[in-house]
Design a protein around this ligand. Structure first.
Ligand code: C5P
Length: 237
């Protein structure tokens, strides 16, 4: 290999539909490997929140790029703070996860200039010793050269039940039928958009977590990482 070509840090991509458990699995795998973690959906949610709050005109591409570059984002950390997100110093952890912003994020995610504006911010997460990135197009568009690509899925009913338990656990009163309906609606939008649709990336490994616990999925992913390292003979992962 040409030595002048600098080797990029390794990336593990975990793509999949809403509530497939990507976030929890990715965070745990990143922790085990000492890698950085990118929750790309969070970036879409943060942008959706800003656009909504400021009644921002998405038609102005230069202003959109400026807005994306100026967002100061801080992620929580581990344990109870794992879900915490600060935007320009303000805790927006709750605001970015409301139904309204979830829906709006998936609506603005179909706009090509939005995806383009967020691309470099996502790529910038790729730093040594490595990255675990979760989303819809991590393995297909953002990190097509990733060492390991996983597509994590589960039946829509299992995903809706998980989300239901999570929300009830947080004291939020919801109906499981309503969650299922919105989840299917969001899946359809993510799968059917023209740009970067949700699809199984080439050479990815599909894990169906319908009947698996978080620990079992994490163990499967860690086995895949170990096998990949052996295959590459002490390679980048
Ligand atoms: O993963 P999460 O549910 O937080 O993502 C919110 C929305 O952002 C998704 O419904 C999807 O429309 C969009 N998204 C995307 N590409 C990504 C991550 C999220 O289009 N890589």
């Amino acid at each position: 290999m040409n030595k002048s070509v600098q080797k990029k840090s390794p990336v593990i991509c975990i793509d999949g539909p809403s509530a497939s458990g990507k976030g929890e699995i990715s965070r745990r795998v990143a922790e085990k490997l000492g890698y950085r973690y990118l929750d790309s959906g969070m970036l879409y949610r943060i942008l959706a929140l800003e656009v909504d709050r400021r009644a921002f005109d998405l038609g102005d591409r230069a202003a959109l790029l400026n807005l994306v570059m100026s967002l100061e984002i801080e992620f929580g950390g581990s344990g109870k703070l794992a879900d915490a997100v600060k935007l320009n110093g303000e805790d927006v952890s709750f605001d970015i996860r409301t139904d309204k912003i979830s829906k709006f994020a998936s609506k603005i995610a179909v706009i090509p200039s939005v995806r383009k504006a967020l691309l470099n911010r996502q790529i910038a997460f790729r730093v040594p010793p490595g990255l675990v990135a979760d989303g819809r197009d991590m393995g297909t568009v953002v990190f097509p050269d990733a060492e390991l690509k996983i597509f994590l899925t589960a039946t829509s009913v299992a995903r809706a039940e998980r989300r239901y338990k999570q929300l009830i656990g947080k004291g939020i009163n919801v109906k499981v039928e309503e969650i299922l309906r919105e989840l299917i609606e969001r899946d359809e939008r993510d799968k059917n958009r023209t740009l970067s649709p949700l699809l199984v990336p080439k050479k990815s490994i599909v894990i169906d977590s319908t009947t698996l616990s978080v620990e079992q999925v994490v163990a499967q992913v860690m086995d895949l990482v170990t096998n990949k390292r052996k295959e590459d003979n002490g390679g980048a992962l």
